[in-house]
Structure formats: C-alpha cells, structure tokens
Design a protein around this ligand. Sequence first.
Ligand code: ZN
Length: 341
Amino acid sequence: MRPLDRYSRQTIFQEIGEEGQLKLLQSKVAVIGMGALGTVIANNLCRAGVGYLRLVDRDYVELSNLQRQTLYNEQDAADQMPKAVAAVKHLEKINSEIQIEAVLKDVNSGNVESILDGMDLVVDGTDNLETRLLINDACLKNNIPWVHGAALAGSGLTMNIIPGQTPCLRCLHPELPAPGSHPTCSTAGVLGMITGIIGCLESTEAIKILIGSPRINRKLCVVNIWYNQFTYLDIEQNPRCLACVEHKFEYLNSVKGSYTVSLCGRDSIQVIPAKAGDIDFQTMAEKLKNLGTVKYNPFTLNFSASNSNLEITLFQDGRAIIKNVKDDQTAKSAYAEYIGL
Ligand SMILES: [Zn+2]
C-alpha cells in the first residue's frame, strides 16, 4: 500500500487532495480538554491523519461521562483512568502512524504557553469561559490560530480565531460573567448529539485551517438541535478589545481569573472567583437539587453531593469553601462543575 492509501477517501475529495493530506501529516495540534468535545475532535483528527496530537486534560473517566465522551468505556471508568491517557490508549489502535501525546495538567496562566509551544493550531474542548479566555490570550500572543467550541443542553456554538485576521473570543466576552450566573453541564445537562455535532464542526474547521483552505468559516456558528436551528452570525472586532487590539493579555498575566486558597484544617479549599457576584440561593438550590442535598439561609448555601463526599459552602458573593478535596485544582473543578465559573 502507498503511504497515503489509508486516507484515500479524503484525498479523493479535491478540496483536500494529496497536497492537503501531506500538510495534515506535518501538522501539530493541541486539543485542550478531553471531555465530550475533545474526544470527538481527537478521534476525527487522529483518523484524518494529523501528524501530531497533544491531548490535554486534568480529569479522570467516570461512568456519567460515557453518555457523550465517545472514546471511553466502562473499564476506563472502573479504573478511573486519566482521560488523556485513556484517549491516547484508544487512539493509538486507530492510527499508529501518527504521534499522540497525553498531558495530564490543568491549564493555567503559568503553564499554558509551554503546553501550546510548537503547536500549529489549538482546538477547544474545555468546559469553562475562563480557561477559554486564557487560551485566547496565549494564542494571540504566540500567533497560533485556535478553534473555539462550546455545548450545553441541546445547543452549541463554534468560531475560528485567527490572530490578525478575525475577531477574538474577548471581542465577544469583554468580561467574565458573574459566578453562578450561567448554567453548567452538571446543572443544565448536555446531549451527546450536540457535542458530537459541535466537535465535528470544530475538527472540520481545524482541517481547513491546517491546509490553508479559503473556505474557513469566519462567522459565529450557533446550533440548537432540539429547536431545529442552525445559524451563522456575523461578528465584528471590538475596536477596544484588550486582547486582540491592545494586546493586553490579562488572563495570561493573571490579572484576571479565579484563585484558590487552602484553609486550615484538612481537605478544605476556598475558591475565590475573579468577579464577585450576587448569587440567588433559591435559583442555585433549584439547579443543584437533583445532584445532592441543598440547604440555605440568607448568608450561605450548603451543598452535599450525592455521588461523593464533596461539600460546598457558598457565600452570596460567589466565594466558596469546598470540603473533602485534596488539591486546588479539584476544588476549582468542583466549583466550575456545580456553581459555574
Ligand atoms: Zn478581540
């Protein structure tokens, strides 16, 4: 067999051709977050023959992931396999001719530039806006194109951010929303089909960008599969955007962003969001009631998760004390999952 034969169905497609395939084989892509979006993206890019994949994730596989995180199985959950490791294990059996690297890290302002070093493109599989704005800063600073994507409930969106050519994510989100004001996958749910669709759109755009196709999407694509909507919206650069116009990278320089403080006593960590909010405990209790026990008074809300011994005490300004967690990153993940960053 000729070396490119395994890709024949996509090299016959004239928009890619053998020339495009050779570019893909020479490309290096980081996928940040190996959850529902990341597993779809990594699977597509691996099969399409992107030569080098760097898969980044801080979490391990759980049974409730299998509804939508298409690379994993029950054994991965039983073994509590780190997602990046499980993904590499499965993908290596699909395409042994490319290089795939697992990075078991929480992406933060201190490590994001080294994680993205040498990459031609970054694809978004993350689950929170703060990490996305950090990736936005790092990619703009280092002139790396990136594909943004997100999904929740039955809807999702994607846009391409090409430094110097398109608006950036901070043009759309000049500031972080107040903590707790947005639903998360744990409180609003997410359909496996929408993460599949958004992950496929993101990986298609990734391939177009890598081969230099003139067909790159320059709009914000918004999809709602439950209400039958597929929309492409024009977006404009914010002429005062701190990130893509003024090159002030606040998330990268840690001026913005939530932070954590370990408290006296064992296994309690305080998470302080970047922006103080005014949390409506009644609404928050309604969001959390199916996930555990919730009690609140006018000052604090206490949540005990039903599937673990995790406990969160939330103050009205968004500050939270997370009990029974071992490290800052787990506390921050719990905050992002249940309260929302
Ligand atoms: Zn911008």
